[in-house]
Design a protein around this ligand. Structure first.
Ligand code: 5GP
Ligand code: ZN
Length: 133
């Protein structure tokens, strides 16, 4: 087993655990974007988001919700980002299903994604390609 998050789940690598249940684990990110940045992982190994079965995704998202509530209650943060970097092109460095929960403050200056505008017909073109019927 070479996966770092499998090793953390199995207790072979130490982590600052925030929450654990039968199927999921939440721990502090070693390089936080902001104080209290937490990673929520499934204990089962899945390389990315769409490889994971729906039951696992439900389990993980329930833990994400618990973490968000704890951040608001115990750190008094007014908001947080829930993010998945899915695949290397999207910045995924660890190929094991995980959600980032990142505490945010009003006016903290973090700007995750620069927005653009669609050119003429571009929205319709992409819509026709990706629409699920
Ligand atoms: P990704 O880029 O794959 O979405 O995010 C991986 C995250 O895992 C990064 O934010 C990184 O700081 C965190 N990370 C990588 N290795 C470790 C580790 O050994 N322990 C902890 N707690 N976090 C880690
Ligand atoms: Zn793994």
């Amino acid at each position: 087993m070479s996966c770092i998050f499998c090793k953390i789940s199995a207790g072979e690598i130490p982590s600052y655990k925030v929450y654990e249940d039968e199927n999921t684990l939440a721990f502090l990110d070693i390089n936080p974007v902001s104080t209290g940045h937490i990673l929520v992982v499934s204990k089962k190994h899945f390389a990315n988001f769409e490889e994971a079965d729906e039951e696992t995704l439900c389990q993980v998202i329930k833990t994400v919700k618990k973490i968000g509530l704890s951040l608001k209650k115990n750190l008094a943060v007014p908001g947080y980002n829930v993010a998945v970097n899915n695949d290397p092109a999207a910045g995924q460095a660890v190929p094991h299903l995980h959600f980032h929960v990142i505490p945010r403050l009003l006016d903290d200056g973090l700007k995750p994604w620069p927005p653009k505008k669609y050119q003429e017909n571009q929205a319709e073109e992409v819509l026709n390609k990706i629409k699920i019927s």
